[in-house]
Design a protein around this ligand. Structure first.
Ligand code: AKG
Ligand code: FE2
Length: 310
């Protein structure tokens, strides 16, 4: 049985910035998850959900024409991913679509795969606009996270983590009614995210759960309730490495409840060349770095290879 959590809700543009920063710090230490409100992009979110539904309703063959390429952009069908390499399940029930950042010297338009304008005329402009808006919010949030680590608010810019910014939008669709052979499968199996932060918005259908202590047996999974108009934010593995596990990259999953579900994730990862190494303030002689330094791009490549190898 899963219990329900009361995660902190942070006002992104609060007049009391110090209080917002403090509640981010407490949330990252305790849960690795929190909500943000007052982000100002409700309209863009609404449009993204509308276009996402249209895409996933296309015939399977149409979607497969845009299958995820080597640059990790495009469509992933159901069962293609197993986020938990230790599990024996057939694969996750979700289908998804990745829109990545502009690759060096190119525009986001050239760097991605797009459905044809004839079938979905508003799709491309909706996704490009959302990518831009959510990236701006992600950067602002990262400056608050820097402050919550008692760093300069520009810290992540200064070390080149956003040069260029590596933001991936991922549209997700979970099926409704389940086939008997799918009863053992998850919508999305247990995993932690790889990057710095994830900003997630869902359609309100339940399913997302977190496990605060991955080593505890039996594991305790708690529901993350939906808050209308708020993003669910979580810390990724690379931020956990930077902070020497002070900030937690928490295990999460999506259980299938037999109800169709849509969500949109935004992963903000460090740039490929950025060195992810333990912050000075997070290690000492008695608490040495737990991870060796690694470049953002190398870490991401390693994790993606594991996810898609079966
Ligand atoms: O759909 C969700 O609620 C979560 C998705 C997720 O965890 C992911 O894509 O990494
Ligand atoms: Fe995730």
């Amino acid at each position: 049985m899963a219990g329900s959590l009361q995660l902190p809700l942070v006002d992104l543009f609060s007049a009391d910035r110090a209080a917002a920063v403090q509640s981010i710090r407490e949330a990252c230490l305790e849960y690795g998850f929190f909500y943000i409100k007052n982000h100002g992009i409700d309209r863009e979110i609404h449009l993204v959900f509308r276009e996402s539904e249209k895409f996933f309703s296309l015939p399977f063959d149409e979607k497969m024409k845009l299958q995820r390429n080597d640059d990790h952009r495009g469509y992933t069908p159901p069962y293609a991913e197993n986020l938990d390499p230790s599990s024996k399940s057939k694969g996750d029930l979700k289908e998804s679509f990745y829109i990545g950042p502009a690759k060096s010297c190119k525009s986001i338009l050239e760097s991605n795969q797009w459905p044809s304008e004839a079938s979905l005329p508003l799709w491309r402009s909706t996704m490009v606009s959302y990518h831009e808006k959510v990236l701006t919010i992600g950067k602002h949030l990262l400056s608050l996270i820097a402050l919550s680590l008692k760093l300069d608010e520009q810290f992540f810019e200064t070390i080149g983590a956003l040069d260029p910014p590596m933001g991936f939008v991922r549209l997700l669709h979970y099926p409704g009614e389940l086939k008997v052979e799918d009863y053992d499968n998850y919508g999305a199996s247990a995993h932690s995210d790889y990057g710095m932060i994830t900003l997630l918005v869902t359609d309100g259908v339940p399913g997302l759960q977190i496990c605060r202590d991955k080593d505890r047996r039996p594991q305790l999974w708690e529901d993350v309730p939906h808050i209308e108009g708020a993003f669910i934010v979580n810390i990724g593995d690379m931020l956990e490495r930077w902070t020497n596990c002070l900030f937690r990259s928490t295990l999460h999953r999506v259980v299938a409840i037999g109800k169709e579900r849509y969500s949109v994730a935004f992963f903000l990862d460090p740039s490929s060349d950025c060195l992810v190494e333990c912050l000075e303030s997070c290690c000492s002689e008695t608490s040495p770095p737990r991870f060796p330094p690694i470049r953002g791009g190398d870490y991401l490549k390693e994790r993606l290879e594991l996810t898609y190898s079966k």
